[in-house]
Design a binder for this molecule. Structure first.
Ligand code: ACO
Ligand code: OAA
Length: 370
């Protein structure tokens, strides 16, 4: 038995949800470029869950359900109020999502109908939790969700406490479309491993949130913004990048396990970053990002991934840095739950092997002789 470090190139499951073939990403066979230009996040979520785009009445029904389920049990809001004010936002989300299961009387119902309903509930409640957490830590009262036309609109409304503008809603909606699913990424794999034991959907999504938090995965968008803030202006980028690369340190937001010729989502976020920079009158983050890309791609051949330009996009939307990864979770909740439903449909325990590299032929030594 020989291990493959990081399971690189190992095909661990079949899936009909999303594909990355020759650098092209599709959701249910539809190119991400097509979806980014034309679809709303709710259409994409429906596509991931049901395997087809919704017609008008199916979409209206989904929006109704998302609005109806968006309120979070008061006990969970009360718990969030007890979190230390400096709690890591992904730790808060992980804890609150785990708690949701305590107040859902169908949490352990394993029927397909119940699991699909819980997927929609989770999709509806995750934005509410994040917005509530963001306000509570600032000493403000959380804002209840209202009936909205989109997840993006409701989230921004609950976060800022007033109706968000159209540009912000559309930008966030597109970002949600771009992040919704990505084949067997680490957090989706974590979700599938968890539910393959026939554990419940809340456990699967809680595992996924834990995996997304890390800076090699979803946490990279926050790390990118920390880097941009440290660099300050495009003029300082060269010295920063050279030093990092000389020290063999990673530049966050670059590289990818699967894409070697560039992440197809990055160009959409780059364009959004430029457009939003123009609208806000601050192109500093965009200009700095372009300069960093030139340097890193020029010197290492590494291309930006989905996390690189999303940092400047969210900053232009005036979203606090530590909510970037939770926003990734809002979107990926659709993909995680679609994969969980697919795992249940054709389940087998996921239990690979390890190549043993430890000692052998050892004997127990009594404690007094150690
Ligand atoms: C949504 C997402 O999860 S997208 C990914 C988000 N993560 C990041 O942006 C973090 C920065 N990037 C990385 O750490 C990596 O590129 C990963 C985790 C995305 C992919 O990792 P892997 O496939 O395991 O590649 P690995 O880390 O082995 O890198 C291969 C080589 O490229 C180098 N490399 C990879 N990414 C970077 C980077 N961002 N900056 C500098 N060098 C890098 C590595 O140092 C390594 O060099 P070596 O062969 O000389 O040792
Ligand atoms: O697929 C991956 O390894 C990481 C990624 O880009 C994602 O989850 O969107």
């Amino acid at each position: 038995m020989t291990a493959t470090k990081g399971l690189e190139g190992i095909v661990a499951t079949t899936s009909s949800i999303s594909s990355i073939i020759d650098g092209v990403l599709t959701y249910r066979g539809i190119d991400i470029d097509d979806l980014a230009e034309n679809a709303t996040f709710e259409e994409v979520a429906y596509l991931l869950w049901y395997g087809k785009l919704p017609n008008r009445s199916e979409l209206a029904r989904l929006l109704k359900d998302l609005n109806q389920f968006a309120a979070v049990p008061p006990q969970v809001i009360d718990q969030i109020k007890t979190y230390p004010k400096d709690t890591n936002s992904m730790a808060a989300l992980r804890s609150a999502v785990s708690s949701l299961s305590l107040y859902d009387n169908e949490a352990n119902d394993m029927s397909q109908e119940s699991n699909l309903r819980k997927a929609i509930k989770l999709q509806a409640q995750i934005p509410t939790i994040i917005a509530a957490f963001a306000r509570i830590r600032e000493g403000k009262e959380p804002i209840a969700p209202k009936s909205c036309d989109s997840v993006a609109e409701n989230f921004l409304y609950m976060l800022i406490g007033k109706d968000p503008d159209k540009v912000a809603i559309e930008a966030l909606d597109k970002a949600l479309v771009l992040h919704a699913d990505h084949e067997l990424n680490a957090s989706t794999f974590a979700a599938r491993v968890t539910v393959a034991t026939l554990s419940d959907i809340y456990s699967g999504v809680t595992s996924a949130i834990g995996a997304l938090k890390g800076p090699l995965h979803g946490g990279a968008n926050e790390a990118v913004m920390a880097m941009l803030e440290e660099i300050g202006t495009a003029d300082n980028a060269e010295a920063y990048v050279n030093k990092k690369l000389e020290n063999k340190e990673k530049i966050m937001g670059f590289g990818h396990r699967v894409y070697k010729n560039g992440d197809p989502r990055a160009k959409h976020l780059q364009k959004m970053s430029q457009e939003l920079g123009k609208i806000t009158g601050n192109l500093n983050w965009y200009n700095m990002s372009i300069k960093i890309e030139e340097l890193v791609t020029g010197q290492k051949g590494l291309k930006p991934n989905v996390d690189f330009y999303s940092a400047s996009v969210y900053t232009s939307l005036e979203i606090p840095r530590d909510l970037f990864t939770p926003i990734f979770a809002i979107s990926r909740a659709s993909g995680w739950t679609a994969h969980i439903l697919e795992q249940y449909e054709n389940n087998r325990l996921i239990r690979p092997r390890a190549e043993y590299t430890g000692l052998s032929n050892q004997k127990y030594i009594p404690i007094e002789n150690r």
